[in-house]
Design a protein around this ligand. Structure first.
Ligand code: CAA
Length: 240
C-alpha cells in the first residue's frame, strides 16, 4: 500500500509542486488549502490530488480535517508543513493583526498540524515531518519581523521535535527555501524584487520543484538517518 502524505497549502506555489512530486514518487497525497476554492478545484482537476479546506491556524479544524483525510486515505505517514502567509510591513507600521496572523499560520499552524498526527506516528514507529521555513527565518528580512520570527521558530521547533521523534522512527527536518518564483514573491514590489535577485549568486529565482525534490528525498526511507537538519536551498544567497 502507498504511504500517505499530507501537504498543507498544497494546491498552490511551492506546496503544489511538493504535492505533485510526492504523487509522482508513489505517495497517496492529500493537499490542504485555506481559501482559494477556484485554485484548489483546478489543481484537483489537473492532478487528481484531493484537496481539503481548513485553516492551519485553527487547532480544532486541523484535528477534524486530519481525521477526514485519514478516513479517506489511511494514517498519515508524511506531513509537510508548507502553508504560510506574508503580511509585510516595516515594524513601525506593523499592526498587531499583521503580527498575529503570521504567527498563527506560520508558527502555530505547524504545532496545530503536527500535534494531532504525532501520537499515531509514534505508535506506528514511522513518520516524516518536513517543515518549510524560509531563508528569512535564517537571516531576517527588512519588512518581515513577523515572518522572520515565525520562520525562525519553525527551525527551533524542528530541532526540538527531532530529538523526541528519533527513538520512534520519526524524522523531523526543515527546508529553508530562498526566493522562489511563486505568487508570494511576485507580490513583492518589482523594484524591491529586482534588487533581491541581484543578491542571489545563481542570478535567478528558484523554482518550486527545487524545493519539492528536497521534500521527496527527506520523506524517503533512504533519509532515515537525517533528522533535525536544516536544508538550505537559496541559490547561494545566504550561507549558513
Ligand atoms: N533595507 C533597508 N531599507 C529599506 C529596505 C531594506 N531592505 N527596504 C526598504 N527600505 C527603506 C526604504 O528605502 C524607505 O526608506 P526612505 O523612507 O528613506 O525612502 C523605507 O525603508 C520605507 O520603505 P517604504 O516606504 O517602501 O515602506 P513600505 O511600507 O511601503 O514597504 C516593505 C516596505 C513592505 C518592507 C517593502 O519594501 C517590501 O515589500 N519589501 C520586501 C520584503 C520581502 O522581501 N518580503 C519577502 C516576501 S516573499 C517571502 O516571504 C517568501 C520567502 O520566504 C523568501
Amino acid at each position: 500500500m502507498s504511504r500517505v502524505a499530507l501537504v498543507t497549502g498544497g494546491s498552490r506555489g511551492i506546496g503544489a509542486a511538493i504535492s505533485m512530486a510526492l504523487k509522482e514518487a508513489g505517495y497517496a497525497v492529500a493537499a490542504t488549502y485555506a481559501g482559494n476554492d477556484e485554485a484548489a478545484a483546478k489543481f484537483t482537476e489537473e492532478t487528481g490530488i484531493k484537496t481539503y479546506k481548513w485553516s492551519v491556524a485553527d487547532y480544532d479544524a486541523c484535528a477534524e480535517g486530519i481525521a477526514k483525510v485519514e478516513a479517506d486515505l489511511g494514517p498519515v505517514d508524511v506531513l509537510v508543513n508548507n502553508a504560510g502567509i506574508t503580511r509585510d510591513a516595516p515594524f513601525h507600521k506593523m499592526s498587531r493583526e499583521q503580527w498575529q496572523e503570521v504567527m498563527d499560520t506560520n508558527l502555530s499552524g505547524v504545532f496545530n498540524m503536527t500535534h494531532p498526527l504525532w501520537p499515531g506516528m509514534r505508535e506506528r514507529k514511522f513518520g516524516r515531518v518536513i517543515n518549510i521555513s524560509s531563508i528569512n527565518g535564517q537571516k531576517g528580512q527588512f519588512g518581515q519581523a513577523n515572518y522572520s520570527a515565525a520562520k525562525a521558530g519553525d527551525i527551533g521547533f524542528t530541532k526540538a521535535l527531532a530529538q523526541e521523534g528519533a527513538r520512534a522512527g520519526i524524522t523531523v527536518n526543515v527546508i529553508c527555501p530562498g526566493y522562489i518564483a511563486t505568487e508570494m514573491v511576485m507580490a513583492v514590489p518589482e523594484k524591491v524584487r529586482e534588487s533581491i535577485i541581484s543578491t542571489i549568486p545563481v542570478g535567478r529565482l528558484g523554482e518550486p520543484e527545487d524545493i519539492a525534490r528536497c521534500v521527496v528525498f527527506l520523506a524517503s526511507d533512504e533519509a532515515g538517518f537525517i533528522t533535525g537538519s536544516t536544508i538550505t536551498a537559496n541559490g547561494g544567497q545566504y550561507l549558513t
